[in-house]
Design a protein around this ligand. Structure first.
Ligand SMILES: CC1=C(CCC(=O)O)c2cc3nc(cc4[nH]c(cc5[nH]c(cc1n2)c(C)c5CCC(=O)O)c(CCC(=O)O)c4C)C(CCC(=O)O)=C3C
Ligand SMILES: [Fe+2]
Length: 388
């Protein structure tokens, strides 16, 4: 097995050696089915990917993202160009600020008095710094809302590890982490408001197409490709990433264009070409559709929650160019973004956890869940993947 891509643990972090990183439930408290204790000072933390804010940030950001991941230098330089094309600024930070504002308004209008914080894995504001800030502010417990709706190492487990790392950083002792305890909110690919937001966007994209192709337009859902090795261990039984995406895309189509067929394909592949990732790639799929006589496509990137760089570059530039070359009419639906139904869905997830709802996947993940580096055969190690 090509080690470079399987060994995706960030540099200096060996989950098999570091107990706080091995605890699946954020290294916080075990998620309980009890309501939040009265008087506990709580916060909502929006935890995201982060992105560069200018040309000089691009390479350091990419090095943060890919540290120890075996991504070829040429791929990094190519991706750097995508960022430079937009002044070195990723749209993701402004999108997260907008989502924060939408969440604050949503909580306020529901009468929920809870401070909202924002931190990232790969760029400022870093999750380590915001954990310190929450501790300084007297926050005792944080509900962690990741900007990914799905299972997989990249979309779920890595966010758990970010929290564990941030808590360990406060004390310098992974065995006795500090700051607020934490619970990650569950996967929300099937939350009604997330589906509704995506369905509204798909319906709008369809409505904007010329009437003569509208009813025959091929519907194509996209999500970030991941290595086959990562997909195989996503979720407790494996392959939960594809399964959750399939379910979400189906629900979006059921609502926006009931009865229509759709395809689920992959975008933004990285890593060395020798390592298999989920296929087909969206561009190859467009070729196949054109060859089969299709005239028009609508892409809906249900795998992402905002129109960040991987959406606006890989779809609005690359896939659109492919479609134009093939003579396909092309449209791209928006992501959930700050759609009011999405904000409501996220508030409901928070309320469910605060009320002590039965913890669901993404909050309480078995020890083996999404563990890419060395998938353990069993979970009898009490939350710690076996070492060796
Ligand atoms: C599943 C998934 C999501 C969705 C879940 C989630 O949102 O968390 C996602 C989101 C994102 N990915 C992003 C950017 C990048 N992803 C990279 C690399 C990788 N992504 C992967 C997977 C995912 N990625 C994987 C398996 C790799 C290989 C290296 C590794 O194992 O980590 C690289 C390195 C260069 C390259 O592309 O090779 C970059 C720059 C941005 C920010 C965009 C912006 O700035 O607006 C966002 C939101
Ligand atoms: Fe990515």
């Amino acid at each position: 097995m090509p080690r470079a891509i399987v060994d995706i643990t960030p540099a200096g972090q060996r989950p098999d050696e570091d107990p706080s990183l091995a605890v699946r439930n954020n290294g916080g408290v075990p998620p309980s089915a009890e309501p939040a204790p009265l008087g506990r000072r709580e916060a909502l933390l929006l935890l995201s990917f982060g992105g560069p804010e200018g040309h000089d940030d691009v390479m350091p950001f990419l090095e943060n993202v890919t540290r120890g991941r075996g991504i070829p230098r040429e791929r990094l330089e190519e991706v750097a160009e995508h960022y430079h094309h937009f002044g070195g600024v990723s749209p993701i930070n402004d999108q997260n600020k907008a989502l924060l504002a939408a969440l604050e308004a949503e909580l306020r209008s529901a009468g929920i008095d809870l401070p909202v914080y924002w931190g990232n894995r790969n760029w400022a504001p870093y999750v380590e710094d915001v954990w310190q800030q929450m501790a300084d502010d007297g926050i005792q417990h944080a509900y962690v809302l990741a900007t990914s709706a799905y299972a997989s190492f990249s979309g779920c487990r890595q966010y758990h590890e970010d929290v564990a790392r941030a808590r360990a950083a406060l004390t310098g002792d992974a065995a006795a982490p500090g700051g607020p305890t934490a619970e990650k909110l569950p996967h929300y690919f099937d939350a009604d408001g997330f589906v509704r937001a995506n369905a509204d966007a798909l319906a709008a994209a369809l409505a904007a197409l010329p009437a003569e192709v509208r009813d025959s337009t091929r519907l194509v859902a996209t999500a970030h490709s991941i290595p086959d090795t990562m997909a195989a261990v996503a979720g407790p039984e494996g392959h939960a990433y594809e399964a959750e995406l399939q379910a979400a895309a189906q629900q979006v189509v059921d609502r926006a264009a009931p009865g229509r067929p759709f395809d689920l394909v992959w975008q933004s592949r990285s890593g060395p070409p020798s390592v298999p990732w989920l296929e087909p790639d969206v561009n190859d799929h467009l070729e196949a559709l054109a060859e089969a006589g299709e005239k028009a496509v609508v892409l809906f990137p249900v795998g992402f929650v905002s129109d960040h760089l991987e959406v606006i570059w890989d779809l609005d530039n690359e896939a659109r160019e492919t479609a134009e070359r093939l003579g396909l009419v092309f449209a791209r639906a928006a992501t959930a973004g700050t759609h009011p139904a999405f904000a409501t869905a996220l508030r409901e997830l928070l309320e469910e956890r605060r009320a002590g709802g039965e913890p669901r996947l993404g909050t309480n993940c078995p020890a083996s869940c999404c563990f890419v580096r060395r998938p353990p055969a069993d979970t009898a190690t009490n939350g710690r993947p076996p070492s060796g």
